[in-house]
Design a binder for this molecule. Structure first.
Ligand SMILES: [Cu+2]
Length: 111
């Protein structure tokens, strides 16, 4: 009987640990995590400057940068990301500080 009880305890512990393992892994959204694990932010394109690899965004809160909504200029990591986007478009994007400059790392049209 003592052995039986310890099997139950062991299997309960196993179930609990695999449940928390699953929870910690589902916390990362699979689609957004493809290129980067940064949180997506909303924005509207105000101006695209391909020559200087810059984009002006009227953006919502950017959680990872601890930044409230505002209109500002970002560097763009790769201008080919801007090919399908034009001024006035609603987008979702990720941004981070790269070499001291706020830089858009991914951007796509909002669905
Ligand atoms: Cu800003």
């Amino acid at each position: 009987m003592k052995i039986f009880a310890s099997i139950i305890i062991a299997s309960t512990l196993f179930t609990m640990s695999s449940a928390s393992f699953a929870a910690s892994h589902t916390a990362v959204p699979a689609s957004a995590a493809a290129a980067t694990s940064l949180p997506m932010a909303d924005a509207e394109i105000r101006k695209i400057d391909l020559e200087n690899k810059k984009v002006t965004l009227k953006h919502g809160e950017i959680k990872n940068l601890d930044m409230p909504g505002m209109t500002m200029v970002f560097q763009v990591k790769d201008i080919t990301m801007l090919e399908k986007i034009k001024s006035g478009d609603k987008v979702v994007f990720t941004a981070d500080k790269v070499d001291g400059a706020y830089t858009v790392l991914s951007i796509e049209k909002a669905k």
